[in-house]
Design a protein around this ligand. Structure first.
Ligand code: NDP
Length: 247
């Protein structure tokens, strides 16, 4: 059994930018073997090559988290390459904000598919192996929007509230298997998240607000590292952080 971060095998979805990329860099530098999943294969392969060239351990697998077989293959690649999976970081997500009355129904579907079903597929892929190992750690990414609801963010908030609910249920269910669960709820962090807001007025307003207060993605990476680095008999169930300037 590996304690701390060094030599742990960490699978990260959404590793091609933002929080996932920063976490991959942070954990690899601390001696973890990182397995990177995202759809933009060029980005994750370049990152894996960069980390490997720096003497770290990394593997990239093009993955769409809305396809459960691809998520299974991502976890299998971690086991084939590094022999086990210690941490599953279900981080992939998107936030195309818009009021309900604009009926962006395809975007609602997309958020449910990626933010919620993608997390469930990550759990489904990692859980059997972790149960067999009698150890593991599943980290799900919610949001401050998993704690509050603002107009214009209703569907996103619903997905992030759901991630907190399923993380709490998971926590209780996996006790017998010595599996830790953590849900992390970040506040505003500078990433590419706002680039996928299709409603230009809302995108601009959100950018104006976020750019004044956002902190860097390393903030999130440090939170992940903290949860993993605690001794294995300590389960950091939930982390919520905001930039100090965020209301
Ligand atoms: P980014 O847009 O920078 O990163 C999102 C990541 O998700 C990308 O790597 C993207 O990769 C991946 N992704 C999106 N769709 C899919 C898919 N179908 N399959 C696989 N990967 C996918 O944003 P962040 O880093 O900010 O977002 C990461 C998480 O953090 C999200 O869950 C977000 O909701 C959450 N969050 C972010 C906050 C912030 O302020 N930035 C605050 C609170 C929560 P690719 O496009 O290559 O597939």
């Amino acid at each position: 059994m590996t304690e701390g971060i060094k030599n742990k095998v960490v699978v990260i979805t959404g590793a091609s930018s933002g929080l996932g990329e920063a976490t991959a860099r942070h954990l690899a530098a601390k001696g973890a073997s990182v397995v990177l999943g995202a759809r933009r294969a060029d980005r994750i392969h370049a990152l894996a090559e960069e980390l490997t060239a720096a003497g770290h351990k990394a593997k990239a697998v093009a993955t769409d988290v809305t396809d459960r077989d691809q998520v299974k293959d991502l976890v299998q690649a971690a086991i084939d390459t590094f022999g086990r999976i210690d941490v599953m970081l279900n981080n992939a997500g998107l936030m195309p904000l818009a009021p309900l009355e604009r009926l962006k129904i395809d975007e609602w579907d997309r958020m449910i598919d990626v933010n919620l079903k993608g997390v469930l597929y990550g759990i489904a892929a990692a859980l059997p192996r972790m149960q067999a190992q009698k150890s593991g750690h599943i980290i799900n990414v919610s949001s401050v929007y998993g704690h509050v609801v603002d107009p214009g963010a209703t569907v996103y908030c619903a997905t992030k509230h759901a991630v907190r609910a399923l993380s709490e249920g998971l926590r209780k269910e996996v006790k017998p298997y010595n599996i830790r669960t953590t849900v992390i709820s970040p506040g505003a962090v500078s990433t590419e998240l706002l680039e996928h807001i299709s409603e230009k007025d809302i995108q601009q307003g959100t950018r104006d607000f976020v750019s004044k207060i956002a902190v860097g993605p390393d903030t999130f990476a440090r939170a992940v590292a903290f949860a993993i680095n605690e001794p294995d008999d300590v389960d950091i169930n939930e982390i919520l952080f905001r930039p100090t300037a965020q209301p």
